[in-house]
Design a protein. Structure first.
Length: 143
């Protein structure tokens, strides 16, 4: 997805779809997003996305990613994109967002991470497409 004027925050579901074994529109779209994020350096993830992705990849992928494959993916993809790590500001912001929106703490933590990273777009299918919050627009890249 072209990101005019800034970086975008990439939610876990995008990374998971990019690794699907079968070709699908979501896989192709997710792969394009990931390729652009890495080549243009305009995509951001957080420690939470790293943890969620590795948990899914090691347990739920069929076949599961091996520890060696996970290590390689962590080095090549996840860590180059990871720009947000745990901290007091992140948690306070997430609590504020959860109170304001009624969203779960973990969804609010994604929005908080995007805010802390200065992202103008949050790419996810899990939140309200088109909503603006904390300076970022939520976009479902599969619509």
């Amino acid at each position: 997805m072209t990101l005019p004027g800034g970086r975008s925050f990439i939610d876990t579901n995008i990374l998971v779809y990019a690794m699907e074994p079968d070709r699908s529109p979501k896989k192709e779209r997710s792969k394009a997003i990931m390729e652009r994020a890495l080549s243009a350096r305009d995509g951001v993830i957080s420690f939470q996305v790293v943890q969620e992705f590795l948990s899914v990849a090691l347990r739920k992928f069929r076949p599961p990613m091996s520890p060696a494959e996970a290590h390689s993916y962590l080095e090549r993809v996840l860590m180059p994109l990871c720009a947000v790590f745990p901290g007091e500001e992140l948690y306070y912001e997430a609590l504020s967002i959860a109170e304001e929106t009624g969203w779960s703490f973990y969804d609010s933590l994604i929005v908080s991470a995007a805010s802390v990273a200065g992202c103008g777009v949050i790419l996810t299918e899990d939140l309200q497409h088109g909503r603006r919050i904390r300076g970022a627009e939520i976009r479902n890249p599969f619509l």
